[in-house]
Design a protein around this ligand. Structure first.
Ligand code: NQM
Length: 364
């Protein structure tokens, strides 16, 4: 007798969102309880370091999930929950947001017929469930069809695609409750001066020279520098309670950004640990937070800034694979900085669409 035990089938799409890649689901296609949902997502992406039994790629930038549903809010079309599958640790983290996967949720919502595209562009108002903040996406949709092709290039991705304008509305203090969550522009931790900022993503900003490195090293060299990584983790765990982040050991925030003077005409150069692995580029909201530190008088970043920055002008943040332009909408009152929003351009592309399978006992 042959007993066939089938697996559980789930509709999905996979999209590149900005310089990351993720598996996108309708919330209604996943278990409704958080515990069961997380078990299923671990099987979807993979539980081990290489994620060999799942769709992830063994890298934090490809170990991501987007869960999307119609929003009940009057000021949002869709709700988006971002889930980071922590590579090799068999657990998920929903504390941070992800501006890269966010770039793909408009396309996903149109593909999944959650919203109807209009000619020539479609505006999608997104409620970001991780942080309860809003973002407006503007997509290229000629004749009411999503268009993936275009001339927009973004560093960290080969080729070019149609642009997606992402306007973040008031993301200051998204995770920590305030723009400078320790209440200071500079703090001393482990003998090092840092700036802690949360303009959409909690980031600890540190000068490379204070860590005894140049800040221009390749990510793969930084990733094998165990002494540096241990030092960064000590700083991260010591400062995070002051940023209103509890239990940071099990969270993907705060991120750690090592800065040095810009070399390619940008405002600053960066190497960002997310938080234990050096990013090949920089995260979207990570870049927004760094740009904010650069315009904040008294931050460790400002000592490297030689440019005058105006509201709604591109601020170029350099990173290992190029640069990331951030437009900040702000008022500088001299003694106080008010950041009202941030605009970035991303691209996204549908990679696959269909049915994936998880083991039948996955949600237990
Ligand atoms: O900061 C990496 C990424 C991200 C997150 C990370 C992101 C953001 O490149 O908004 O996009 O910081 O973990 O996808």
């Amino acid at each position: 007798m042959v007993i066939i035990v089938k697996q559980t089938a789930i509709p999905f799409m996979q999209l590149r969102g900005g310089s990351s890649k993720g598996v996108y689901f309708l919330a209604s296609d996943l278990p409704s309880t958080e515990l069961s949902r997380n078990q299923v997502l671990l099987d979807v992406i993979g539980r081990d370091t290489r994620q060999i039994d799942g769709l992830g790629g063994g890298d934090p930038l490809t170990s991501k999930v987007a869960i999307v549903s119609q929003s009940k809010l009057v000021d949002a079309d869709i709700d988006f929950l971002f889930v980071q599958i922590v590579v090799g640790e068999n657990r998920v983290d929903t504390t941070p947001n992800c501006g890269n996967l966010l770039a793909g949720v408009g396309a996903f919502a149109i593909e999944a017929q959650l919203i109807t595209a209009t000619h020539p562009q479609t505006r999608v108002a997104v409620n970001m469930l991780n942080t309860n903040k809003r973002c407006e996406l503007i997509l290229d949709t000629p004749d009411g069809e999503i268009n993936y092709e275009g001339n927009q290039k973004i560093d960290g991705v080969s080729g070019s695609s149609a642009p997606i304008i992402c306007n973040y509305l008031d993301v200051a203090g998204s995770v920590c409750g305030s723009l400078f969550p320790t209440g200071n522009l500079k703090d001393q931790v482990e003998g090092i001066t840092v700036t802690c900022v949360d303009n959409g993503m909690p980031v600890v900003v540190i000068r490379a020279e204070d860590l005894g490195i140049s800040g221009y090293e390749r990510p793969k060299d930084l990733n094998t520098n165990e002494a540096l990584k241990e030092k960064l983790e000590r700083i991260r765990l010591a400062i995070s309670p002051k940023m209103n982040i509890s239990n940071a050991k099990n969270k993907a925030v705060p991120k750690m950004c090592i800065i040095s003077p810009a070399k390619q005409g940008g405002i600053i150069n960066t190497r960002t640990f997310i938080p234990h692995h050096c990013h090949a580029a920089i995260g979207v909201l990570g870049a927004v937070s760094i740009a904010t530190a650069c315009i904040s008088k008294g931050s460790v970043a400002q000592t490297y800034v030689t440019q005058n920055v105006s509201s709604n002008q591109p601020i170029s943040v350099e990173h290992p694979s190029g640069e990331f332009a951030v437009n900040l909408d702000f008022n500088d009152y001299g003694d106080k900085l008010e950041v009202k929003g941030a605009g970035v351009i991303r691209t996204a592309r549908l990679l696959s669409k269909g049915t994936l399978f998880v083991p039948n006992n996955s949600n237990q």
